[in-house]
Design a protein around this ligand. Structure first.
Ligand code: SF4
Ligand SMILES: [Zn+2]
Length: 347
């Protein structure tokens, strides 16, 4: 798989013209809301502009276009620190959670060198309003020398820390062949155990509807993955696949061989996953919801469905979905039945 698909993925990425951006500003930062101990609290999300995911540089995952936001040349330590300081100026002036993404792995020192990690953790440790920090990483940078990176982080940061891992699915075959993400469930499990031993919690991202899966298979895969992942992760975030530039998913979409999932499918997954794993926080933040490049139902109900998904993520109350109705539900049910025969292509 690696030998055959990576050059194609790299070629697709190369066709996207990257925007020139100042290396002292983050790729993005915004404020929102998240759950802390079951209660909504303001959050600050920071996307640092690093050199980007090392796996995406030579191929990477079939749905991921984050490398388009990466820096063309590796930013210096001073530039990365300037990005972080800039983002902090957007922080709420009350208690909040900080979520740091790099369009790759925070603990990959080729993206975020130790000096920069130390600075960031030290700064967040001292800020009395920061109640919790989340950083995203692939398991390999946690498993590295049995958690050396996490130990390093804990030296500078003693508040609640969470690592977010893009597990995508608990099924190794789907992760490898549909997503081209090369790590196994057992590596994820090992990273979670290392984190748990250091009192660090885990948020697992599951991808709803990777390419080459029908709508029904995608729903079933996320529900069964949530069940397995819930044994190791305290929070599960359902990421409905969207169409990002320069990806294999985008090519399939242009050839009418891929449609993002229905919002109905997200609702179905959230309801079932919450019922089956009541102790686990289950959330979803559907990017580009209601547009052709994101998950969508029909123009009549897109907005309401997306709002309900966001409300559920902050309340964990599945009752919210009970009164939601639209005539497009019948179409979705038919798609779930029939897409199995079309291998996930648009009907
Ligand atoms: S999903 Fe993660 S591992 Fe895959 S290419 Fe994107 S950043 Fe890299
Ligand atoms: Zn509808």
């Amino acid at each position: 798989m690696l030998d055959t698909i990576n050059p194609t993925l790299a070629q697709l990425r190369a066709q996207v013209k990257r925007k020139e951006m100042p290396s002292t500003k983050p790729a993005a930062c915004w404020s929102g809301k998240d759950l802390l101990m079951g209660k909504p609290i303001p959050s600050l999300t920071i996307i640092l502009r690093t050199i980007g995911c090392r796996f995406a540089q030579h191929g990477g995952c079939t749905m991921c276009g984050y490398i388009n936001d990466a820096a063309g040349v590796p930013p210096t330590e001073e530039e990365l620190i300037a990005q972080f300081n800039f983002a902090l100026t957007k922080a709420p002036d009350s208690d909040f959670i900080v979520k740091i993404f790099t369009s790759g792995s925070f603990f990959d020192t080729t993206e975020v060198p130790y000096n920069v990690q130390d600075y960031i953790f030290g700064c967040l440790e001292q800020n009395k309003h920061v109640k919790k920090v989340l950083v995203e990483t692939r398991p390999v940078f946690v498993n590295d020398q049995d958690g050396k990176n996490l130990e390093h982080a804990k030296v500078h940061f003693n508040k609640p820390l969470e690592i977010a891992i893009g597990l995508e699915t608990a099924n190794d075959t789907i992760r490898s062949f549909c997503i081209n993400k090369v790590f196994s469930f057992s590596e994820f499990k090992k990273a979670c155990i290392i984190a748990d031993n250091k009192n660090i919690t885990v948020k697992a991202y599951l991808l709803l509807k990777p390419p080459f899966l029908s709508e029904g298979d995608a729903i079933r895969d996320v529900i069964s993955s949530a069940k397995v992942a819930a044994e190791y992760a305290q929070t599960i975030s359902i990421n409905p696949c969207n169409i990002q530039k320069g990806t294999l998913v985008e090519r399939l979409y242009h050839r009418r061989e891929y449609r993002p999932p229905y919002l109905w499918s997200i609702i179905e997954v959230l309801k079932t996953a919450k019922r089956e794993n009541p102790q686990t926080i289950i959330v979803s933040d559907p990017v580009a919801a209601g547009t052709r490049r994101g998950p969508y139902n029909c123009p009549k109900c897109n907005r309401e469905a997306a709002q309900l998904i966001n409300d559920f993520s902050l309340t964990q109350d599945t009752e919210l979905f009970e009164k939601f109705e639209c005539e497009c539900r019948y179409l979705w049910e038919k798609v779930v039945q029939l897409e199995d025969y079309a291998y996930g292509s648009q009907l």
